[in-house]
Ligand binder design. Structure first.
Ligand SMILES: C[S@@+](CC[C@H](N)C(=O)[O-])C[C@H]1O[C@@H](n2cnc3c(N)ncnc32)[C@H](O)[C@@H]1O
Length: 286
């Protein structure tokens, strides 16, 4: 595996001498190269280099490497930039950004401890450039204007729907002229009320892509550069389930994963997908 990630502890313990990988409760044996193929998608060549077992073991939602790569394709990321990765979960996106773009990342999260992330960061060989931080999104321990860029992958919708959030808590941490970018689950079309039958109540929180655009357009000091449905968003989400679910490693458990997959298939991308959004802080650089 490229990038030394094959040496992650998960990869080692799951490697049998027979050359197959025993996955989730010994559910099935799959060859590692098969898993690599299952996670390969044309639009995300960088993600394909990472160990699929590492990705599965640390997943907290639809492939964070894919959505991080999707965001990186529409943001200006340059070596040495200081990047806030807000709601980084198990820090795979932070590790990816440091490795792929040479940026320095503050991997910030609430549910995953910094000690847990620090171990993963060191094992991935990016201890010099990824810093694990424990923080709540409304109490971020950073200096104003510190970051060159802010990203949030499958995280911003947990705290960023309050109309005041960006203005009061986050935007001031970004340098004027710097970009903020997110990818979060969102409905490509406006969600009807009542919602379509195939969609369970689990999605009560999901807003549309247009909702997100309007939400950020209302924020003073911010210029929206892109707000779109991630191309092939629903297909990618289905593809993710089809690769992950048979391994028995989904954090959602067998039933939860199957239910989500059934809804995604029934939806076909009308009301289930992702928003990809980038905006720039306005004002003169300091
Ligand atoms: C679905 S997980 C996604 C994690 C990671 N970005 C990924 O895609 O694998 C959502 C993350 O949002 C973080 N989060 C939710 N609410 C938060 C808050 N109020 N402050 C900081 N982080 C929060 C959680 O800690 C969690 O790790």
């Amino acid at each position: 595996m490229a990038d030394g990630l094959a040496n992650s502890p998960g990869a080692q313990t799951r490697h049998s001498h027979a050359g197959t990988i025993a996955l989730g409760e010994m559910k099935m044996d799959i060859d590692r190269s098969q898993l690599v193929e299952m996670l390969r998608v044309d639009e995300f060549p960088r993600s394909s280099k990472y160990d699929p077992i590492w990705v599965f073991e640390n997943e907290m939602g639809p492939n964070v490497l894919w959505i991080t790569e999707a965001l990186s394709q529409v943001m200006d990321l340059k070596p040495g930039m200081r990047v806030l990765d807000m709601a980084c979960g198990r820090a795979m996106s932070s590790i990816f950004l440091a490795k792929e773009f040479g940026v320095e990342v503050w991997a910030t999260d609430l549910w995953v401890t910094p000690t847990d992330n620090w171990q993963r960061i060191r094992e991935a060989g990016v201890a010099d450039s990824v810093h694990p931080i424990y923080a709540e999104a409304r109490s971020l321990p950073y200096a104003e204007g510190f970051f060159d860029a802010i990203v949030s992958l499958d995280g911003f919708h947990y705290f960023g729907t309050d109309v005041h959030y960006l203005e009061f808590y986050m935007l001031k941490l970004l340098k004027p002229g710097g970009q903020i970018g997110i990818v979060s689950p969102a409905s490509p079309e406006e969600v009807p009320q009542p919602p379509p039958e195939h969609r369970s109540n689990e999605w009560h929180w999901m807003n549309s892509v247009d909702w997100w655009r309007r939400h950020w357009e209302r924020c003073p000091g911010l210029e929206v550069e892109l707000a779109e449905a991630l191309p092939r968003g629903c297909e990618l989400w289905i593809h993710w389930h089809e690769a992950l679910d048979p391994t028995g490693m989904s954090h959602q458990g067998e039933e939860g994963a199957a239910s989500e997959l059934a809804q995604l298939r029934a939806d076909g991308g009308r009301h289930l997908g992702f928003v990809r959004m980038v905006a720039r802080r306005t004002g003169a650089a300091e």
